[in-house]
Design a protein around this ligand. Structure first.
Ligand SMILES: Cc1ncc(COP(=O)(O)O)c(C=O)c1O
Length: 414
């Protein structure tokens, strides 16, 4: 490996996968909160971020919360998920998409991924409803800032009377058929986690067009206090409201959303051009119908260009081979020059915590073929992308020169 990287000088400062980028206004809004003593979960910054996000995304109500996960939790609760209820969920996603289902006692059923956008497969969703017609809700994520086939997914869910929760945590600003992600579900969630396209350092929001839903979530998120002179509680509450300080950061970031998207798009295009002669492809999107926010750029190694790679639950082994490579060889090479890549999000149906949950592919029961993973034969789509894909350094502060060096390093892995 080191011999292959000869002549490439490691970066003095690490190039991150995706790190926060501040612009100055954030500090002004935080300082205002401090100087006016609105160091609380009420204040002008909160009101403003809720207004600005509604304006940007095109929804009627936004409730600022402590995290995207909190938003998803209250979304699942709002969807009426009760203990034992089945909920059909994206499989290749971050676990925060599905954990809130379990917080409410629901049982996630994982729906396989399609190859066109790396998101929930509407065909597999239909199959999942065949085997789980009683499913109460669908929780669907847009991976890496690329919209899934969300109109088809919503149509399937509606045909089966299920509530749609859209997890747009990674896709703020991305559109599908001209409409912003985070507006397709009955209840929608976004995140301002530090690694997202814009950030509050943390934070999230629940988006809805229904006033009663927004009011309910606002109440639940502030310990479900009733309108009484004393602390009166008639239902379970949570301490999930966004802080006015965090909201100050988000408020300062919102005007830079489009700039960040343009930077991330340029990064994606440079990778696409720079890697075009290698046996790899970029994470795909439907260029006719969607415009991603390009949050993370990823590559997928052609099947016949994979060197041998075996993953256990926590360890990995691979064997270098001329003309071939694998995700962990690339990740090791990136680490050697002080750049951060990451494996594709490991599908939920492969996670030990969810191993006993159902998993449905477009061919039916996805659990029937699990041994194929070990034998390296036919894989389900999510497992296959996990096996061959890599998230590349996608930080919007990465210079074109740094990216060129990264591209050169990837070339040398083959
Ligand atoms: C797809 C997805 N859903 C949900 C979340 C949870 O958001 P948060 O970290 O704000 O709780 C994240 C990211 O963290 C995510 O990537």
């Amino acid at each position: 490996m080191l011999r292959r990287l000869e002549g490439i000088v490691p970066f003095e400062q690490k190039v991150w996968l995706s790190s926060p980028t501040m612009h100055g206004d954030e500090l002004r809004y935080i300082t205002e909160a401090y100087e006016t003593n609105w160091m609380s979960t009420v204040g002008e910054n909160i009101n403003e971020v809720e207004r600005l996000i509604c304006e940007k995304v095109g929804c009627k109500h936004a409730v600022a919360l402590s995290s995207g996960t909190a938003a998803l939790h209250l979304a699942v609760k709002l969807a009426g998920v009760k203990p034992g209820d089945k909920v059909l969920c994206s499989d290749m996603t971050f676990d925060a998409t599905v954990n809130p289902v379990v917080y409410e006692g629901g049982v996630p059923v994982f729906v396989d991924t399609e190859r066109d956008t790396w998101n929930m497969d509407p065909v597999a969703l239909e199959r999942a409803f065949e085997s789980h017609p009683e499913a109460k809700a669908v929780v669907v994520a847009h991976l890496y800032g690329v919209s899934g086939k969300i109109d088809e997914i919503v149509a399937v869910a509606k045909a089966h009377g299920a509530v749609v929760v859209e997890d747009a945590a990674e896709s703020l600003g991305a559109t599908y058929k001209g409409k912003q992600t985070g507006t397709f579900g009955d209840i929608n969630c976004i995140s301002f986690n530090g690694n997202k396209i814009i950030t509050g350092s943390s934070g999230g929001m629940l988006l809805t067009d229904k006033k009663e839903a927004a009011d309910k979530v606002r109440k639940w998120s502030t310990q479900a206090r009733e309108a009484a002179p004393w602390y009166q509680h008639e239902e379970l509450g949570y301490n999930y409201r966004m802080s006015n300080v965090i909201a100050g950061v988000v408020r300062g970031q919102i005007p830079y959303l489009e700039e960040h998207i343009a930077q991330k798009k340029a990064i994606y295009e440079r990778y696409k051009e720079g890697l075009k002669n290698l046996p790899v492809s970029m994470n795909p999107y439907d260029s006719e119908n969607s415009e991603p926010n390009f949050w993370l750029s990823c590559l997928l190694i052609d099947e016949n260009a994979m060197c041998r790679q075996v993953r256990g639950e926590r360890d990995v082994l691979y064997v270098s081979e001329p003309g071939k490579s694998c995700p962990h060889e690339i990740l090791d090479a990136l680490a050697a020059i002080n750049a951060e890549g990451r494996p594709i999000w490991k599908p939920m149906h492969m996670q030990p915590i969810y191993r006993s949950n159902s998993f449905v592919t477009r061919n039916g029961d996805g659990r029937a073929r699990t041994n194929a993973y070990i034998e390296g034969e036919t894989l389900d789509v999510g497992m296959d992308i996990f096996q061959r894909g890599v998230c590349l350094p996608s930080d919007n502060k990465m210079t074109p020169e740094q990216q060129e060096a990264i591209i050169e390093v990837i070339k040398r892995c083959f």
